[in-house]
Design a protein around this ligand. Sequence first.
Ligand code: TYD
Ligand code: MG
Length: 472
Amino acid sequence: MARRGTSFNCQNCGAVYQRWQGRCDACGEWSTIVEEGAAPPLPGGGRSLSGRAKGRVFALESMKGETRDSPRTLSGMAELDRVTGGGFVRGSVLLIGGDPGIGKSTLLTQACAALARAGQRVVYVSGEEAVAQVRLRAERLGLADAPVELAAETNVEDIIATLSQSGAPALVVIDSIQTMWTGDVESAPGTVTQVRGSAQALIRFAKTSGACLILVGHVTKDGQIAGPRVVEHMVDAVISFEGEGGHAFRVLRAQKNRFGPTDEIGVFEMTGRGLAEVANPSALFLAGRDLTAPGAAVFAGMEGTRPVLVEIQALVAPTALGTPRRAVVGWDPSRLAMVLAVLETHGGLRLSGHDVYLNVAGGLRVQEPAADLAVAAALVSSMTGAVLPADAVVFGEIALSGAVRPVSLTGARIKEAAKLGFERVVAPASADTADMRGIRLTVTPHVAELVASIAASAPKRQRKPTDSDVER
Ligand code: TYD
Ligand code: MG
C-alpha cells in the first residue's frame, strides 16, 4: 500500500495506482510503475482548491470574434517547417520525441542556428550536455558562428527567471525535459511527477511570454525515466523523429498538431556534417534497387500531401519449423497476416508451409492500407520466382473478399511515378486514372488476377517453389 502522500506512477504513460503492480494496465508496459513522493501540482500555479472560498468571475466569449492567423516563425529548414505546418507558432509548445542518438539535438541545433542567423533571439538549454559539448557539435556542423545563446541548466525556476529577464526569445529549446527539475515537486528528476511539473512550469512561461518552446523527450523502453507520453496531452504538437538503426534516413513525423496537419513527414539524411534535408525522398528510397531479383515491388505511397515511392521486399521460403515465421520491418504485422490469408483463400497460394519476411527498404514505416497490393505483388513474386517489371509501380487496398479497392490521391501517385521514369501502374480502376501521363495502367480488380499475371511470367524451367505452390 502507498503511504500517505505517495502514489505509484507509471513512468511510461503517467497512470497512477494505489499499490505497486508489475504491469501497467493503461499502456501495457512492464516494470514501469514506481513509487513517488508528493502528488503532482495542480494546473494553474498549484493553488489549493480547498483554500478558495469563492471562484473569480470571468467573461465568456463568443465563437465569432476577431481571429488572426497565429503568427509563425519559419525555421528556415523546409522539411521541419513542412511538419510543423508552416513554421513555429508564437507561444506554442512542441514535443520532439525519439530514441536516444537518433539526432534530436543535431536537428534542433541546426534549426536554432538557422533561426538565430535570421536575426531571431534563440536560447538552447541543454540539461544533458555541458556547454562545451554543445559547442563542439555546433563546430562539427559548421554553425559555431550562429548567435545562439547557450546554457547547461536543469532547474526550471532558474531557467524561467533567466529567460524572463531580458525580452522573451523567439525560440527556446529544452534538451531534454527528462533532465529538468522544479523545486515545487519533491521527486527525483526524471520521474513522472518531476517531468510533468517541469513541463507545466515551462509551458506556462511559453504561453505568457509568447516564446515558442521545444521540449525534447527521449523515448524510453525500460521505464527508468519517464517517457514523453507523460507530457503529450499538455503540448500543442507532438513530433516524432524516427529512423532504423543502420540507415542514414531520418523521418520527422507529426503525431498531434493543433496548428497544422498530422500526416506530413520530413525526410532527412544523417551525414558527417549533420542532417541534410531530402527534397526528393522517392529517388533516395529507390536508390540501389536490384532490378533482376524476384520479391521486390515498388509501392507508390502518400505521406501527407507528398507522394513517396518505396521498394517493398518480400522473401517467401519453405519453413523448417512447425509454425512458419512471419517477420515484418516497416509495416503492420496484422495487415501482413490479412494479406497472406487473402492470398491463400482467394489467390490459391499455399503459404502456410512457408516463412514470410517483409521489409520496407530504406527504413521508412508505411502506414497506408494502399500498400496491400504492392505487398501481395512482392510476396507472389518471391514465391513464384517471377521478377516484377522494373518500370512498374503498384498500389491498391485489398479487401477480405480478395477484391482490390481504389485508394485516394491516385493522380498524385501516378504523377510521381511518371516523374521518376516509371511506365506502368498496377492498380484498381478509379476515377482518378483519367490522366495517365503516358503511363500504361494494368487494372487489377482482384488478387486472383494479380497472382495469375505474375505466375504467368515466372521462369518455366528453374521454378523454385514448384507448380504445387500455385494450385491453379
Ligand atoms: P544527437 O543529435 O546527439 O542525438 P540525440 O540528441 O537524439 O540523442 O546525434 C546522435 C548521433 O548523430 C551520433 O551518434 C552521431 C551522429 N551525428 C552524425 O552522424 N553527424 C553529425 O554531424 C552529428 C552532429 C551527429
Ligand atoms: Mg541529445
